[in-house]
Design a protein around this ligand. Structure first.
Ligand code: CIR
Length: 344
């Protein structure tokens, strides 16, 4: 008999939740509710409904990480490849690094984002309509107090007609309703109500409101000047941190809806054209592994690579600082460009 037989995970599922949630553990956890009423049944719904889940569990609030720790901790330690005694590493300092691709031959764009949630609100999949709207209002007020150099415009999706919304979506200035994994977790509920995007005047910095996390603070620019992008993002994080209380735990770092994002909650990446390395996937994978990076398809997670444009980003988010993540990306992409130039 398999350890978790009796739980309704699909026979084909290779998710971490299926791997770690034994029937005994489920029985120990099934009556527990966090103070915002979140249960293990809600937490694992996405993993049950989507047999192709990698992880299959979402936190409904900060407290989920304590209440459901018996199953979440082993998943976190496994996914983030943590050593015993692990802990979140602070460190988010502005960086000085030369442009990786000053002639813009390989790197199409650089994008860095962090997820941030507010400690006073349940997380996305566990919010009711009023809470979602109240969160939007809280964040909107914070945007109004930003210093001049960070200021910009907040656009609520409900204020846009279909055509306006689609235009923003095409420019990457809006986010669509989430995927079926998020849907099953309740994260898409009421979409587009309470959702919107803040855009700085020069459009380099954006903040998604009420997507998978309360906020995704993003900086994005064409080319390979990743330090510039990182520094712009940090300035925005600091300004918002002054006004809002982020969900944070000393050991686990910044807490997020998906346990894959906790810690620095940062994803730093480039879209890069690697025509020659595409023909040598084992070499590309070796560089990726050596620098703790991951390869995604052109359109992001769970998409295909089109015209040799790869989305390369950090594989690690917890147990190392944001500055170390940036260095990993820098050195890894540098090695890829060197290899691309070397291969005949
Ligand atoms: C899953 O379990 O596959 C989805 N909830 C998404 C998990 C996040 N990303 C990932 O596995 N790389």
């Amino acid at each position: 008999m398999k350890a978790n037989s009796g739980l309704p995970f699909h026979v084909s599922s290779r998710s971490k939740i299926k791997q770690y949630l034994t029937l005994k553990l489920y029985n120990d956890l099934k009556e527990i509710r966090t103070s915002s009423g979140y249960s293990i049944d809600q937490a694992i719904r996405s993993g049950i409904e989507n047999p192709d889940s990698n992880i299959g569990i979402y936190a409904g609030d900060m407290e989920s990480y304590d209440c459901f720790a018996p199953v979440l901790l082993p998943i976190i330690e496994d996914y983030h490849h943590l050593d015993p005694g692990w802990s979140h590493k602070p460190g988010l300092q502005e960086a000085i690094l030369a442009d990786l691709d000053p002639e813009q031959i390989f790197i199409r764009s650089s994008r860095i984002r962090v997820a941030r949630n507010l400690y006073r609100f349940p997380f996305s999949g566990n919010m009711n309509t009023d809470q979602r709207l109240a969160l939007e209002e809280t964040v909107k007020q914070a945007f109004k107090t930003l210093p001049e150099k960070l200021s910009g415009t907040y656009t609520a999706f409900t204020d846009l007609n279909k055509k306006q919304f689609n235009t923003l979506l095409k420019k990457g200035l809006a986010f669509p309703k989430g995927d079926r994994f998020m849907d099953a977790a309740g994260i898409n509920r009421d979409y587009p109500l309470g959702r919107g995007i803040f855009t700085s005047r020069d459009k380099v910095v954006r903040v998604w409101v009420n997507e998978e996390d309360h906020m995704r603070i993003i900086a994005q620019s064409e080319g390979g000047n990743i330090a510039y992008v990182f520094n712009r993002m940090i300035q925005m994080i600091r300004a918002l941190d002054d006004k809002l209380d982020f969900a944070f735990d000393r050991e686990k770092g910044f807490l997020t809806a998906c346990p894959t994002n906790i810690g620095t909650a940062m994803r730093a990446g480039v879209h890069i054209h690697l025509e020659k390395l595409e023909q040598n996937p084992s070499f590309l994978k070796a560089i990726t592994r050596e620098h703790h990076l991951q390869l995604r398809g052109t359109g992001g997670e769970k998409t295909a690579v089109e015209e040799a444009v790869f989305d390369i980003s950090n594989a690690r988010r917890l147990g190392i600082s944001a500055n170390t993540i940036l260095k990993d990306l820098y050195r890894g992409v540098q090695a890829m460009i060197e290899a691309e130039n070397r291969v005949e």
